[in-house]
Design a protein around this ligand. Structure first.
Ligand SMILES: NC(=O)c1ccc[n+]([C@@H]2O[C@H](COP(=O)([O-])OP(=O)(O)OC[C@H]3O[C@@H](n4cnc5c(N)ncnc54)[C@H](OP(=O)(O)O)[C@@H]3O)[C@@H](O)[C@H]2O)c1
Length: 268
């Protein structure tokens, strides 16, 4: 769909690039000529993913927990040593667990906020300081979630992602002086490895989501990757501070209470 050399000479960092959506994004960058760096916490699957991806182009990796600023600093140093620059940051790493709000523990709440909101900020700030502000260019894309009408069943991630959406607007303005563009993509329910982590009763829920979706399907990793390529290339050079929903219109018409209804059937 895109020109094969769209990202020639560009370097892209994809956090959480060892699996699912992040892996799909990394693969598309390689297909379109970029050099890629991936990170996530678990070294073995990360190494395996980097080996698989290297069939398509240059890939480097290092384990990094986006909640740890010392590890993020070390990540920036490794990118500098490997490629000498960074053009694109994809803040994709994240995770959450389904639970009715009244059952989320203090630790559970803090863990999701720390991962999905704080981690995104820490990585963005480090890459801005280490690369984008000095190079006078950079592109950040935040993968968030469809929380347009709230997120019943995952209050913590809804709050964290809403925070990232607002952060996207703030940083787009503050960092425009250094030619940095920042946008967000809000995926709906995407058929990826992330869905496998949800408990059995929730798997049935995914069939109901298809039923309610006006396009009658879940999203694919490629749907998100295709939008990411647009948002991080010159094709979107006058767009910053925005959120694009890749969700088959779920932010307008989807059933928001179905998840919490399902949870209440097995989480008393
Ligand atoms: N699939 C969907 O329907 C959907 C919808 C909306 C939003 N999203 C979001 O899109 C992103 C990708 O989702 P996915 O479906 O591809 O899920 P996934 O396969 O579980 O991918 C999440 C990735 O993030 C990494 N990660 C998690 N916490 C991290 C941390 N603290 N530091 C570094 N890496 C970390 C994981 O690797 P390690 O465990 O090895 O660290 C993993 O590679 C996630 O943020 C997810 O919440 C997904």
């Amino acid at each position: 769909m895109y020109q094969k050399d769209l990202f020639k000479d560009k370097v892209a960092l994809v956090t959480g690039g060892r699996s699912g959506i992040g892996y799909g994004i990394a693969k598309q960058y390689l297909d379109l000529g970029a050099k890629v760096f991936i990170c996530s916490r678990k070294e073995e699957p990360l190494k395996k993913a980097a080996e698989e991806l290297s069939v398509f182009g240059p890939v480097a990796y290092t384990p990094c927990d986006i909640r740890k600023t010392d590890q993020i600093k070390a990540l920036a140093e490794k990118i500098q040593a490997e490629y000498g620059k960074l053009d694109i940051l994809i803040n994709n790493a994240g995770g959450q667990f389904p639970a009715p709000a009244e059952q989320i523990s203090e630790n559970g709440w803090a863990a999701v906020i720390n991962n999905n909101l704080n981690g995104t900020f820490y990585v963005s700030q480090e890459m801005y300081k280490s690369f984008f502000s000095q190079q006078n260019h950079g592109i950040i894309l935040n993968i968030i979630a469809n929380m347009h009408r709230g997120f019943p069943g995952m209050a913590h991630t809804g709050a964290a992602r809403a925070g990232v959406e607002n952060l996207t607007k703030t940083l787009a303005q503050e960092w425009a002086q250094h030619n940095v563009r920042i946008n967000a993509i809000a995926p709906g329910t995407i058929q990826s490895s992330g869905l496998d982590t949800y408990p059995e009763p929730m798997q049935k829920r995914f069939a109901e989501i298809v039923e309610h979706n006006l396009m009658k399907r879940l999203g694919t990793v490629e749907d998100v990757a295709n939008a990411t390529m647009f948002y991080t290339s010159e094709l979107s050079s006058y767009i910053s501070g925005t959120t694009l929903y890749v969700d088959g219109i779920e932010h307008l018409s989807g059933d928001r209470m179905g998840l919490i209804d399902t949870l209440r059937t097995f989480m008393k």
